[in-house]
Design a protein around this ligand. Structure first.
Ligand SMILES: Nc1nc2c(ncn2[C@@H]2O[C@H](COP(=O)(O)OP(=O)(O)O)[C@@H](O)[C@H]2O)c(=O)[nH]1
Ligand SMILES: [Mg+2]
Length: 387
């Protein structure tokens, strides 16, 4: 398989060493001094920058005559303990370590996959095909190419890996062309599993698992093709699939609404579950939020990496003879809905569903089938995961 990984800013993600940790030699017992008897630590004062979450009444102060702990089964805190600082601690840790996100794009060539990924992350994270000869452009089989970049915003670093699948759906006979993609996804689970069962395993296992697969539907205005159904049917059992309608500027608003309805209906009839899957809603609030998203899917998107001046503002858009299609304007297309959902509200959940559901299913099946795993060969990858 023609898998190729280009790393930018590598040092950040390079594990300091993949060798077995060296422990210092045993200390001379005469050097060991008994621990000092220290006074009991006093409860620290609440740091001035920590604001208690709104809507929660402050814990009663010590000596306020509230009856103290233990009443009614729950515990009442006497004075500020600092449990809520865990959020700040986690934030600091994530700032230091960064996080991985592996995004796969699938769909026929020319549907605007590379352009959309660049639009989503507002940088050149996916190579646009340009100046090709026809032979170069269409591979004879589906290829899998991954490219990694480190993107930083507000001090948080994300290692984004874009996995492209050129050649998908481009052949005369597209039967089973989902197979190499399914194989790739499973190979990443296998790699993770092998690292996990290693005796001397890394502190953070390199995570190459696909967290999200953006599936591009051609804006035909008719219905899904057999290829779309086949792909989503097979892959929705192993990966989070988010279907999108590509190049939505080619549809009128009425055509777009009708097409979206038809696609949703077809997916339902075929029993295809896309992300966010109903069965993984955690509570009523989650369900209500996700229902809204599911009803609005598949998002009809437009991509562009060109900026234009509109009403004294620079906007990403596509200039046509009759005006500018503004990519981030919700009246023009649903790009900003997709961006908010994918990056701003559900990115962590996509990683969690990958780890807790799909990887877990793979792991359980693999260990069951095999009655354990064969001895593990050490991987030479140096990427790290922080899931
Ligand atoms: N009309 C329209 N054209 C687009 C859109 N996104 C990309 N394109 C154009 O479609 C062509 C193929 O885009 P590309 O991103 O390379 O497609 P890929 O082969 O799926 O990666 C380029 O000429 C893009 O400028 C879109 O949302 N609407
Ligand atoms: Mg491309």
């Amino acid at each position: 398989m023609g898998s190729q990984t280009l790393m930018l800013l590598l040092p950040l993600w390079t594990s300091p060493s993949t060798s077995v940790p060296v422990f210092p030699s045993a200390p001379d017992m005469s050097e060991i001094v008994p621990p000092e008897v220290r006074p009991k630590p006093v409860v620290p004062a609440k740091p001035s920058h920590v604001v208690p979450p709104t809507g929660i009444p402050p814990a009663p102060l010590q000596g306020s005559g509230s009856g103290g702990q233990g009443s009614g089964g729950g515990s009442t805190l006497l004075g500020y303990v600092g449990i809520d600082t865990i959020i700040e601690q986690m934030r600091k840790k994530t700032m230091k370590t960064g996080f991985d996100f592996n995004l796969m794009v699938v769909g026929q060539s020319g549907l605007g996959k590379s352009t959309l990924v660049n639009t989503l992350f507002k940088s050149q994270v996916s190579r646009r095909s340009s100046g090709w000869s026809r032979d170069e452009k269409i591979p004879k089989t589906v290829e899998i190419k991954s490219v990694s970049h480190v993107i930083e915003e507000g001090g948080v670093k994300m290692k984004l890996t874009v996995i492209d699948t050129p050649g998908f759906g481009d052949q005369i006979n597209n039967e089973n062309c989902w197979e190499p993609i399914s194989k790739y996804i499973n190979e990443q689970y296998e790699k993770f599993l092998k690292e996990e069962v290693n005796i001397a395993r890394k502190k953070r296992i390199p995570d190459t698992r696909v967290h999200c697969c953006l599936y591009f539907i051609s804006p035909t205005g008719h219905s899904l093709r057999q290829l779309d159904i086949e792909f989503m049917k097979h892959l929705s059992r192993t990966v989070n699939i988010i279907p999108v309608i590509a190049k939505a500027d080619t549809l009128t608003p009425e055509e777009k609404t009708e097409f979206k309805q038809r696609v949703r209906k077809e997916l339902e009839v075929c029993g295809i579950e896309f992300y966010p899957q109903k069965e993984f809603d955690e509570d009523q609030e989650d369900k209500a939020d996700n229902d809204k998203i599911r009803e609005a899917m598949p998002f009809a998107v437009v991509g562009s990496d060109k900026e234009y001046q509109v009403n004294c503002k620079r906007v990403l858009g596509r200039k046509t003879a009759w005006g500018i299609v503004e990519v981030e304007n919700p009246n023009h297309c649903e790009f900003s809905q997709l961006r908010d959902f994918l990056i701003r509200s559900h990115l962590q959940d996509l990683k969690e569903v990958t780890h807790n559901i799909y990887y877990e299913m793979y792991r359980a099946k693999r260990l069951n089938d095999n009655g354990g795993l064969h001895p593990i060969s050490t991987s030479n990858s140096t990427q790290e995961s922080n899931l």
